[in-house]
Design a protein around this ligand. Structure first.
Ligand code: 13P
Length: 252
């Protein structure tokens, strides 16, 4: 069965004290909600170990994700963070290929595939982000862009590996702009994505979770999540407010 997921990508926001406070608020608010929806948060690297201990001590249902990882497990890679150590401190997921990483840090599909393979080897699940830029949509190339982001990366995995992947469709023009994709635009692309996955992995396509990201907030989450191929959201700005984040989780 396809899993519903709402994940909060905090990006480079909050100090540790603010982060702990936010987690405590979210944890308190999700305690009584139906367990059907997976709740994931992705705080900055510096917060992960502390937050992981807190979640453990609270016996929380919230699962932890890192926002990125190295494309090597260990060695002379100054400033990088090994997927193995992320797993060791309790991360279950790693966001891979966010458009901010593709755009500002020149991450390519080749590099992202290497990261995904290491994340899977470390027994975590990648949340693989794809999505087109505004000019690509305006020139009607959005399906081609998304199709190659899937084919050049996910097509290299085995069926068993693909089953552990979550896809997040985040149109770049909707991220942090307040301009959400309409539920028709999201559904159209999510259906297309599922179709591309089905071409190579016919038995997995129906089960893979495809999240929508880009200015998703309490006021539009319900309409987006109601669509057949939208299995949840990857939330940026609104995940920094416990009340808004939990309102989004409740939108199913
Ligand atoms: P916003 O929700 O702030 O638009 O960000 C979306 C995002 O990039 C999540 O990864």
């Amino acid at each position: 069965m396809r899993k519903r997921v709402v994940a909060g990508n905090w990006k480079m926001n909050t100090n540790i004290e603010e982060g702990l406070l936010l987690v405590k608020e979210i944890d308190h608010l999700v305690k009584d909600l139906s367990q059907e929806t997976g709740v994931i948060i992705a705080p900055p690297f510096t917060h992960l170990a502390t937050i992981s201990s807190l979640l453990k001590s609270e016996n929380s249902r919230i699962l932890l994700a890192a926002q990125n990882c190295a494309d090597h497990q260990s060695g002379a890679y100054t400033g990088e963070v090994s997927p193995n150590t992320l797993a060791e401190i309790g991360c279950k997921y790693v966001i891979i290929g966010h458009s901010e990483r593709r755009e500002y840090y020149s991450e390519t599909n080749d590099l992202l595939l290497r990261k995904i393979e290491l994340v899977l080897k470390a027994n975590m699940s990648p949340i693989y982000c794809i999505g087109e830029r505004l000019e690509e949509r305006e020139s009607n190339r959005h399906f081609d862009v998304v199709s190659s982001q899937i084919k050049e990366v996910l097509y290299n995995l085995s069926e068993e590996e693909l089953e552990k992947v979550i896809i997040a469709y985040e149109p770049v023009w909707a991220i942090g702009t307040g301009k959400t994709a309409s539920s028709d635009q999201a559904e159209e692309m999510h259906e297309f994505i599922r179709g591309i996955v089905a071409d190579k992995f016919p038995s997995c396509a129906d089960n893979i979770s495809i999240l929508y990201g880009g200015s998703c907030k309490p006021s539009n989450a319900q309409e987006l999540f109601a669509r057949k191929n939208v299995d949840g959201g990857l939330i940026g700005g609104a995940s920094l407010s416990a009340v808004d984040f939990v309102a989004i989780i409740k939108s199913f």
